[in-house]
Design a protein around this ligand. Structure first.
Ligand SMILES: Cc1cc2nc3c(=O)[nH]c(=O)nc-3n(C[C@H](O)[C@H](O)[C@H](O)COP(=O)(O)O)c2cc1C
Length: 169
């Protein structure tokens, strides 16, 4: 497969080790533009993004998430949050689509990232709300831990013929 976007999709892997180099403001803007280019039901765009580069806040987020300890080393975290009052039915899907766009843009920018799930864990949602001052009507869906990669992983497809059904189940 030679297409550049297809290669980017296969190259997206969870990267949990980063160098100390900060992520540039232009890259952060590009990541957010990619996220907000995602499809959303009725184009309601029920998303908000909290960009965190402050070391103390990053450490507090690392403390707040049981499987997010790589944030202690990460120079950047973006919390993807949803507003269910904008889209009660589809905010999770819409914000997930935005998240995947963001992860793919990270690959294209030679950054490394990992999705850290928050919602529907009440505990994680509450802890993140507290650290970031997120209002009660907004739900943190995940934290994206990011930086310049200090580990490499092989591109792969995970293609599984058994999960494919043609014309009927
Ligand atoms: C909803 C969701 C929640 C996740 N939560 C975590 C997490 O808390 N900590 C973590 O290290 N990885 C987390 N991951 C990353 C997965 O572990 C990872 O995507 C999976 O092992 C496949 O590896 P790959 O991303 O390299 O393809 C999460 C991924 C998703 C989609």
């Amino acid at each position: 497969m030679t297409n550049e976007l297809i290669n980017t999709i296969f190259s997206r892997r969870s990267i949990r080790k980063y160098t100390a180099e900060p992520v540039g403001e232009q890259d952060i803007k590009t990541l957010l533009e990619a996220a907000m280019a995602a499809p959303s039901a009725s184009n309601r765009k029920p998303w908000h993004f909290v960009v965190v580069t402050d070391r103390k806040k990053l450490d507090a987020l690392a403390d707040s998430h049981p499987y997010g300890k790589m944030l202690f080393e990460a120079p950047l975290c973006i919390a993807v949050c949803g507003d269910p009052t904008i889209s009660q039915r589809f905010w999770v899907q819409d914000c997930s689509a935005a998240t995947e766009n963001l992860l793919l843009a990270a690959v294209a920018l030679d950054l490394g990232a990992v999705w850290l799930g928050a919602y529907p864990s009440d505990e994680r949602v509450a802890a993140i709300r507290k650290v970031l001052g997120v209002p009660n009507n907004i739900v943190p869906l995940n934290l994206i831990s990011m930086g310049h990669p200090a580990e490499q992983k092989e591109p792969r497809t995970q293609y599984d013929e058994e999960r494919v059904h043609r014309e009927k189940w």
